[in-house]
Design a protein. Structure first.
Ligand SMILES: *[C@@H]1O[C@H](CO)[C@@H](O)[C@H](O)[C@H]1NC(C)=O
Ligand SMILES: *[C@@H]1O[C@H](CO)[C@@H](O)[C@H](O)[C@H]1NC(C)=O
Ligand SMILES: *[C@@H]1O[C@H](CO)[C@@H](O)[C@H](O)[C@H]1NC(C)=O
Ligand SMILES: *[C@@H]1O[C@H](CO)[C@@H](O)[C@H](O)[C@H]1NC(C)=O
Ligand SMILES: *[C@@H]1O[C@H](CO)[C@@H](O)[C@H](O)[C@H]1NC(C)=O
Ligand SMILES: *[C@@H]1O[C@H](CO)[C@@H](O)[C@H](O)[C@H]1NC(C)=O
Ligand SMILES: *[C@@H]1O[C@H](CO)[C@@H](O)[C@H](O)[C@H]1NC(C)=O
Ligand SMILES: *[C@@H]1O[C@H](CO)[C@@H](O)[C@H](O)[C@H]1NC(C)=O
Length: 449
């Protein structure tokens, strides 16, 4: 018993540490915390390794001996949502108990005969935990109102499963902490009314669903956070897709901006803001051409793929980009094949493809030098779209060893070399094997002719 008492004493603090570890590990499966305490003794739990997610089967195996014999009264505090983050956020960290939203819960954990905690219980659905308890107890659940519990007469010669629903702060205007404190008051009230009836019980506190306390509270408190979080979702455009005659997607293009600047103009026109048709595009196994017709301009992207024996694979290149003014028919062509290429199974991506800042688009004729093209966050794929509307793995134009990285690397290597040389020299130094002894005879150097 002493062992379990020790556990309960620091349990909330232990939680905070567990939860911090979980936050860092960032597991992807949904989980809810599950706390259980009892007036009788619960089997002790071998402390799970940090980051372990308890499965429903493990919980079931743990509960079997707990409710194996006799009649049990189980109180299940089922909060609409709950996550370990709630304890971290509202648990009154650094021993500041006044701040905690879980004071009655902490007191109950400490004063009960024993308690166990599953910081991360695999979440498999809203009804999973009530169903499991129902099976283990062989009693049908009874939804109780905390206010009328004192009038409820319990037949303790049979098993009882009492469920107390608790709200969460998702859509109420009250702050999360206030809601959780209210819930904590309810827990305290229910427990003391059972104590008054002298009923021995086992209680559990968990969530119907996981909550994301951190993101939610930042949403509630910070308008900036909200706009920042919402902006990208609203902004994401669908890629432009051209499908061949049999309906298989074969060319995809996505760009944040497709900005062009005609001769004599300093302003850029962002064609990505406009709708385009893909009429006139074509693709076969070796060539694809995407023709984007806008209100005033036509953009053409011509790609080809072929086998390169040296690398023993197919590569595709963006051979040309052509912009045409619809009213005058004036065209400007740029060659892209020097810099825009990728293995044929991949897509090509580049943060910036421009005709003036880098050499990815080289003007193909004299007229084209007057034009400026600037494509931001540009991604294209003209081959191997295996019946999907997702880009394949992107080969990026930003090579890892940029000039800056090279310079840094070379400088560091030089410094390291000098350091190693110096160290080597220092290790070569020997202490003298003979010293001048002032008491003894002076070292005499025989001088003889
Ligand atoms: C409690 O339940 C048992 C078993 O169902 C029954 O025999 C007993 O009469 C009940 N007691 C009361 C006070 O209802
Ligand atoms: C369209 O693309 C699919 C898949 O790449 C290919 O199997 C089919 O032959 C193509 N149809 C035509 C008419 O090119
Ligand atoms: C790129 O597009 C965004 C909106 O999609 C716009 O706000 C921005 O000004 C554009 N940049 C250029 C250089 O056109
Ligand atoms: C582009 O098309 C969408 C849907 O077809 C339409 O809602 C939108 O207004 C169009 N945008 C422009 C600039 O024409
Ligand atoms: C693909 O299209 C190009 C351009 O229209 C053409 O030259 C080439 O022969 C075609 N290739 C195949 C395999 O059909
Ligand atoms: C270049 O521009 C001149 C005059 O604007 C035009 O006559 C000529 O056809 C253009 N050449 C090309 C290749 O578009
Ligand atoms: C292409 O995708 C559709 C739906 O995604 C699917 O029904 C169809 O079987 C797929 N065809 C091939 C050849 O993979
Ligand atoms: C495309 O990607 C989305 C999200 O990554 C995924 O849900 C979808 O199944 C993918 N579609 C295909 C056809 O692979």
């Amino acid at each position: 018993m002493a062992e379990s008492r020790n556990f309960s004493n620091g349990s909330i603090m232990a939680f905070i540490f567990f939860f911090a570890a979980f936050l860092a590990s960032g597991s992807s499966t949904a989980q809810v915390p599950f706390l259980m305490w009892s007036t009788k003794s619960l089997p002790s739990l071998t402390s799970p390794p940090a980051g372990h997610i308890t499965s429903m089967e493990e919980l079931a195996a743990y509960l079997t001996p707990v409710f194996g014999s006799g009649s049990n009264t189980v109180l299940l505090f089922l909060q609409d949502k709950l996550s370990k983050d709630d304890f971290t956020l509202f648990g009154g960290v650094f021993g500041n108990k006044q701040e905690s939203a879980f004071r009655n819960l902490e007191a109950a954990l400490q004063s009960s005969s024993s308690s166990v905690s599953f910081p991360a219980l695999e979440w498999t659905g809203e009804s999973a935990i009530p169903t499991l308890l129902q099976q283990k107890l062989g009693a049908s659940p009874l939804l109780v109102d905390p206010d009328t519990l004192s009038h409820l007469s319990l037949n303790t010669s049979t098993s009882n499963l009492l469920i107390i629903n608790l709200p969460y702060c998702s859509d109420s205007l009250k702050s999360c902490k206030e809601v959780l404190s209210n819930n904590d008051e309810i827990i305290g009230k229910v427990l003391s009314s059972l104590k008054a009836k002298d009923v021995s019980y086992t209680a559990a506190y968990t969530g119907l669903q996981p909550s994301q306390a951190i993101s939610k509270s930042s949403l509630l408190n910070q308008q900036v956070g909200r706009t920042l979080l919402q902006a990208p979702a609203a902004d994401v455009k669908a890629p432009i897709i051209f499908s061949n005659t049999t309906g298989f997607p074969c060319i995809m293009l996505w760009a944040q901006n497709l900005s062009i600047s005609p001769p004599g103009s300093t302003d850029f026109i962002d064609l990505a803001q406009e709708n385009a048709t893909v009429i006139g595009s074509m693709c076969n196994s070796t060539n694809s051409e995407l023709v984007l017709t806008y209100v005033n301009y036509i953009l053409r992207f011509a790609m080809s793929q072929r086998f390169y024996p040296v690398s023993a694979r197919n590569w595709f290149t963006l051979d040309s980009v052509q912009v045409q003014v619809r009213s005058s028919g004036q065209t400007a062509s740029f060659v892209g094949s020097h810099g825009i290429y990728a293995p044929a199974e991949y897509s090509f991506h580049c943060q910036s493809v421009s005709s003036f800042r880098d050499t990815l688009l080289v003007p193909a004729n004299q007229n084209a030098t007057q034009w400026k093209l600037n494509f931001v966050d540009f991604q294209i794929q003209g081959f191997s779209l295996a019946n999907g509307t997702n880009f394949s793995y992107a080969s990026d134009c930003a090579s890892f060893f940029t000039a800056g990285i090279w310079m840094g690397l070379v400088t560091s290597l030089l410094m390291l070399l000098i350091f190693v040389y110096g160290l080597h020299m220092i290790m070569q130094l020997n202490t003298m094997d003979r010293f001048d002894d002032p008491k003894g005879p002076t070292i005499s150097v025989p001088q003889s002719d």
